[in-house]
Design a protein around this ligand. Structure first.
Ligand SMILES: Nc1ncnc2c1ncn2[C@@H]1O[C@H](COP(=O)(O)OP(=O)(O)OP(=O)(O)O)[C@@H](O)[C@H]1O
Ligand SMILES: [Mg+2]
Length: 375
């Protein structure tokens, strides 16, 4: 038994080191197993693998159990999200890009259903087949419609096995495709007209629900039909409010990504402060001492701060002596700032000339001295 356990955990360890990004249930398999064990006697909504309290602990972390926080957010907000998933309405996470809507939905699905992979990626090209089911045409011709020739898509699987289904960027889909969710969310049943009459209705098993995400910058939630809106509880995911929590998260995520990329470079606290302060000031259009400035037309999210820091670390490792310098950050800042509007780069130069210039610590000075990299 002990041997089997050790073999399982070493298999999980090798998966987590060879895959670029394992799913949450693989990456945190040990934590999830210990929480399931600890909450075995706790009350759970039907079909859930863990109790609502255990789900909350998994997402927010617990120092006593040596469990790191994964998502940084308010407890009350998370409790509401978890409760939503135990009701007969879906959960809709909306917010600016890069505020961890997808990441939170992955963590919730992993903790509640033990599976975060039943994911529909919403896009202009999403079809009903990608959501409900399609057919294996060779088997369809040979055997006719039946369970063998039916190819299940995430919604079918979630209803069959009583699991959460994630619908990413739902507002990018055409309205008629979004409407596929209407009857499923209200009646919890899917009709499969091609199958024989006694097998035509798929009733959702307990534990099934939907977590959708939508970005408020792209085609917004206004594009959703009122009927569909009514079938979701809406929760807005805000950028991280507290600067020290954001710094901690950026350092942790950056170092983890660098480790995974086998780059033995770490982001020190001075550089983390530099980067997170710059991103927050440009995002909010206000310096930390309260002076107003122009906001950029693009978003500068926490996720992008992590991306910039990782790029700076990789750059330092392969093209310099392995020490991340402020100049590396400046150089990779451009990739986040300059998306579609050249005016944004001008605003960042203005920020360097009027805000960064006045800061006197060694790293801020080095940051300012590297302003010529802003091209
Ligand atoms: N509050 C937060 N807690 C934890 N991680 C966060 C938080 N905010 C941002 N992040 C970072 O953002 C990354 C995930 O971003 P994610 O792709 O989930 O954002 P998103 O809101 O879905 O963006 P988009 O709207 O572009 O799809 C995380 O891996 C983490 O590094
Ligand atoms: Mg997303």
């Amino acid at each position: 038994m002990a041997k089997k356990k050790a073999a399982n955990s070493s298999a999980a360890a090798s998966v987590t080191t060879t895959l670029q990004r394992p799913s949450a249930e693989v990456q945190y398999a040990n934590e999830l197993a210990s929480l399931a064990k600890a909450s075995v006697k706790d009350a759970k909504p039907p079909g859930w693998k863990r109790s609502p309290r255990a789900v909350l602990t998994f997402v927010l972390g617990d120092t006593e159990r040596d469990m790191p926080a994964k998502f940084v957010g308010r407890r009350a907000f998370l409790e509401r999200c978890i409760v939503s998933l135990a009701t007969n309405r879906g959960l809709m996470l909306i917010g600016e890009p890069g505020t961890a809507k997808s990441y939170l939905s992955e963590l919730l699905a992993a903790a509640i259903s033990g599976d975060s992979t039943l994911t529909i990626q919403g896009s202009a090209g999403t079809t009903e087949d990608n959501i409900r089911y399609s057919w294996n045409y060779a088997l369809l011709v040979a055997e006719g419609p039946g369970e063998r020739s039916l190819v299940p898509a995430p919604l079918y699987l979630g209803m069959t096995h009583g699991k959460l289904v994630r619908f990413e960027e739902i507002t990018r889909c055409a309205l008629e495709i979004q409407d596929v969710m209407l009857s499923v969310l209200s009646d919890r049943v899917m009709a499969i007209p091609e199958l024989p009459e006694d097998n035509r209705m798929l009733y959702a098993k307990a534990g099934f629900n939907v977590i959708a995400t939508a970005n408020t910058r792209d085609r917004g939630v206004n594009e959703m039909s009122a009927a569909l809106k009514r079938r979701f509880n809406f929760e807005t995911v805000h950028p991280i409010a507290d600067i020290s929590q954001e710094m901690e998260l950026v350092a942790r995520e950056t170092n983890r990504n660098l480790e995974r990329a086998q780059v033995p470079v770490r982001l020190d606290s001075d550089l983390t402060e530099l980067l997170v302060t710059t991103f927050r000031e440009l995002r909010q259009g206000r310096t930390i001492d309260g002076k107003g400035m122009e906001t950029l037309s693009t978003t500068l999210s926490t996720a992008e701060a992590v991306g910039t820091a990782c790029a700076a670390g990789i750059h330092a490792y392969y093209f310099a002596d392995g020490q991340v310098e402020p100049a590396h950050l400046v150089r990779h800042l451009v990739g986040s700032v300059l998306k579609d509007n050249p005016e944004d780069l001008k605003k960042v130069r203005h920020y360097f000339d009027h805000v960064v210039k006045k800061r006197k610590t060694v790293s801020w000075k080095a940051f300012y001295d590297a302003r010529n990299e802003l091209i």
